[in-house]
Design a protein around this ligand. Sequence first.
Ligand SMILES: Cc1cc2nc3c(=O)[nH]c(=O)nc-3n(C[C@H](O)[C@H](O)[C@H](O)COP(=O)(O)OP(=O)(O)OC[C@H]3O[C@@H](n4cnc5c(N)ncnc54)[C@H](O)[C@@H]3O)c2cc1C
Length: 433
Amino acid sequence: MAWDFETDPEYQAKLDWADEFVREEVEPLDVMFPGKAFWPPDDTIRKIITPLKEEVKAHDLWATHLGPELGGQGHGQLKLSLLNEILGRSMWAPIIFGCQAPDTGNAEIIAHYGTEEQKEKYLKPLLEGEVFSCYSMTEPQGGSDPTLFTTRAVKDGDEWVINGWKYFSSNARTASFLIVMAVSDPDTSAYQGMSMFLVPTDTPGVKIERNVALAGEPDEEGMHALIHYDDVRVPASALLGGEGQAFAVAQTRLGGGRIHHAMRTIGMCQKGLDAMCERALSREVSGGRLADKQFIQGYIADSYAQLMQFRLYTLYTAWSIDKHQNYLKVRKDIAAIKVLMPGVLHDIAWRAIQIHGALGVTNEMPFASMMNGASIMGLADGPTEVHKVTVAKQVLRNYEAVDTMWPSQHIPTRRAAAEQKFAAVLEHEVGNL
Ligand SMILES: Cc1cc2nc3c(=O)[nH]c(=O)nc-3n(C[C@H](O)[C@H](O)[C@H](O)COP(=O)(O)OP(=O)(O)OC[C@H]3O[C@@H](n4cnc5c(N)ncnc54)[C@H](O)[C@@H]3O)c2cc1C
């Protein structure tokens, strides 16, 4: 019997250290240098963060998203989940621990599909935290349906030439390389006709037209690039995975990426719940503490229950990934937690705002940006609707249609069958009366 909800003491000690370290050393960076986490550090920031990263490495918690079999020093997805729920409280923490999105997912596909040369050139600096990377897949006319992508890669001798537009390529402006999905064979289905390419950002023809900012961010700080690939030439060795393999590569990347977001979202939600409880105990209204009003107790109880459900499901899914070592086998659960994630974050952030009153909607508290984060979680790495379709299809696979007049739970039909099953006993009992 291996079901167990306890963390082994050795790893718990590491988590306890991480919890205090993030609180004391990392969270101050969020208020000191907001919005700077994904920028190459200036001298001041470097002076502060370099020793912090060294401390993380000394505790064996650096870049633990990849296991040793993929060139990392990870401890598996379950342990990563327990760590990420601590890191999720802070924008800077994933950077300080070397496991920030989108670099984690990008590292994972290079580790899985990259050649030795590609690993040396791209994966090594990524895992050492020296560079940022960008995943350039979505296009202006097609996001959730990759079969609509039109960016084209054409073979020309020993090179590929890439042309087209990509939208929402996060962090392209600070990334040293881009992972680009392009149609390499328009004559076959999209599932076999697209390939993935590793493209250094300074390759001639890579034109960042603009960096789109999210709602609430200043335009000049936008991080989501609209990119025009204009006759971008890369060598044959830029192909990541085989020709026509982009869908398989994308699935590997998005599987990990989605659950890592869920892990960090637990931390964000816990932060909202902590703030909610502190405020409820501290604020007086109408002759009593907020904590003593039943509406507020309802907010706290609902938030706690939702968060516990989401957390346990995420941990279970992480455990399943470790067990199967194959995202496809855990696809239903990854999609289901992706569906739950925006809702849990939204509900907890909304209640935190309500409990804090006017203060809650200001940028002096983190809740309004958490609400925005909930909307983002419903879109990034695929919209909720598409993931619901995945969940439903996977669930339906376990069922079969019946061709009988009544459904199998029809009570009169079942009663008739039960009467027949016990007929001999029933007849005997009646005969004895
Ligand atoms: C903050 C952020 C960061 C991102 N970073 C990246 C990145 O780094 N790289 C990258 O390539 N992309 C990135 N994206 C893009 C993201 O992957 C897309 O936004 C997402 O796949 C949806 O595509 P779309 O925006 O084009 O919406 P569309 O495809 O136009 O869909 C619009 C809406 O239609 C509905 N819909 C779509 N399909 C279905 C369906 N089958 N059934 C029912 N309803 C449906 C959904 O409500 C959906 O939200 C990012 C997005 C955000 C918000």
